[in-house]
Design a protein around this ligand. Structure first.
Ligand code: SAH
Length: 404
């Protein structure tokens, strides 16, 4: 008979175990009766109820508001290499929904959504790009790298631990580190059969906004529909939405706007890579707000407008300000949209919910006295699963609508 698995104990205040029992993965510091003693940030702990019952097991950081992130609700499950392998294996199984001939870049591990808080793994063809955001996951790093390499059989792994949020956890913000194999400066990938080149070293996030795959696919039908040929892609980055739109037909003209010159240059290359003539399209390095103002003044009209801005609010305290910015952006977007045109509007601010985004849209429409028909709404896609009891981890909201 094997001995029960035990870690240092963190005790909850009375009745604070309910959300954990329903599958939530966070314990806020205020819920702790007795913080664990003698543990390094990131150390493993058993969370117990006020009456001493085992509730869950996770890792602890005394420096953060979320004091404990849960890894398992099973008292018999040790947190070791086999545990990591089981979680990674389960994540891989879900991603078998992708036909690799069409799509070979996707999120392989989506933190809480895949039961591995503090860990993001994106797969670009034969390469993994890994981001570790918590001290607890950091302490599992050597086991994790081995488990990822063995379970996926990829050729290389790059650690991109460059997020500023690591500081809150007491972790260093690092330069990219090659943890296994060789990582080229660019990786060629396919997404829904469309070709892209991803820069895993310096590209934003881990190189590409793979969370927009399903929205890009959905856009195709609108770019082809009702003679919609004038497409405006605001905050285009490397032209993800732009290439999909341009591929809908020879008469389609896409305007891509981004403030980043390297992103716009990459967008141009992506057109060429997909057999499109960049000379037939427009690529603008500009602030979207300035561009939209001048396009409106110049009376420009588009059939389809995409608004995919960076997160305007990173914290609750900036939320009100952010909602104003979303309202202004959506109003400007509608003003360059022909009556009956299609608007795709997105928010990747975690603190801005779908209701907030819809509220902003109706305010913008009301201000312009234009009717809006809601057509489709999206989150991040199947490779960014959302833990049902943690809707607060769903950061991306996207809505297609027709503006009359
Ligand atoms: N839609 C893109 C991802 C957009 S990410 C895709 O599918 O890949 C947000 C982009 O907005 C970044 O490329 C960033 O450079 C750009 N950006 C941020 N602020 C901007 C501004 N004020 N004007 C124009 N672009 C901006």
């Amino acid at each position: 008979m094997s001995l029960p698995i035990r870690y240092p104990t963190a005790s909850l205040k009375p009745h604070r175990e309910e959300s954990l029992l329903s599958g939530h993965l966070w314990v806020f510091s205020g819920a702790l009766q007795q913080p664990p003693h003698w543990i390094e940030p990131g150390g493993l702990v058993d969370v117990k109820s006020a009456t001493g019952q085992f509730v869950a097991r996770g890792y602890y950081n005394p420096q953060t508001d979320i004091a404990i992130r849960i890894l398992t609700h099973n008292a018999d499950e040790a947190i070791d290499a086999a545990f990591l392998r089981r979680r990674i294996h389960s994540a891989i199984e879900l991603r078998q929904v992708f036909d690799l001939r069409q799509t070979n870049c996707y999120r392989l591990v989506h933190a809480e959504g895949d039961g591995l808080p503090g860990l993001v793994v994106d797969r670009y063809a034969d390469i993994l790009v890994v981001q570790i955001s918590t001290a607890g996951m950091e302490s599992l790093r050597p086991l994790l790298i081995d488990a990822l390499m063995e379970e996926t059989g990829v050729s290389a792994l790059l650690l991109r631990n460059d997020s500023q949020s690591r500081r809150r956890e007491g972790l260093a913000v690092e330069e990219p580190i090659v943890a296994a194999g060789e990582v080229p400066p660019q990786v060629a990938v396919r997404e829904n059969g469309v070709q892209f080149l991803v820069d895993p070293w310096q590209g934003q996030k881990t190189g590409f906004f793979i969370d927009q795959r399903d929205k890009r696919e959905a856009l195709r039908k609108y770019a082809g529909y009702a003679g919609n040929r004038r497409i405006l892609n605001c905050f285009s980055y490397t032209g993800g939405f732009s290439v999909y739109a341009a591929l809908t037909g020879k008469e389609t003209v896409v305007t891509s706007v981004d403030i980043s010159a390297p992103a716009i240059e990459a967008a141009r290359q992506h057109f060429t890579l997909n057999g499109l003539d960049p000379g037939s399209h427009r690529f603008l390095i500009a602030d979207v707000f300035d561009y939209l103002e001048s396009a409106r003044r110049g009376g420009e009209q588009f059939d389809v407008v995409v608004l995919d801005p960076p997160a305007f609010a990173k914290t609750q305290s900036t939320r009100t300000q952010a909602l104003k910015a979303y309202r202004r952006l959506n109003m400007l977007g509608m003003q360059v949209l022909r009556p009956g045109g299609i608007l795709l509007t997105c928010s990747c601010s975690g603190v801005v919910g779908m209701d907030d985004l819809l509220g902003v849209l109706s305010q913008a429409a009301h201000g312009l006295r234009r009717p809006v028909q809601l057509l489709e709404s999206y989150t991040h896609g199947v490779d960014h699963p959302i833990n049902l009891v943690m809707p607060e981890t769903a950061y991306l909201k996207a809505v297609f609508c027709r503006v009359g």
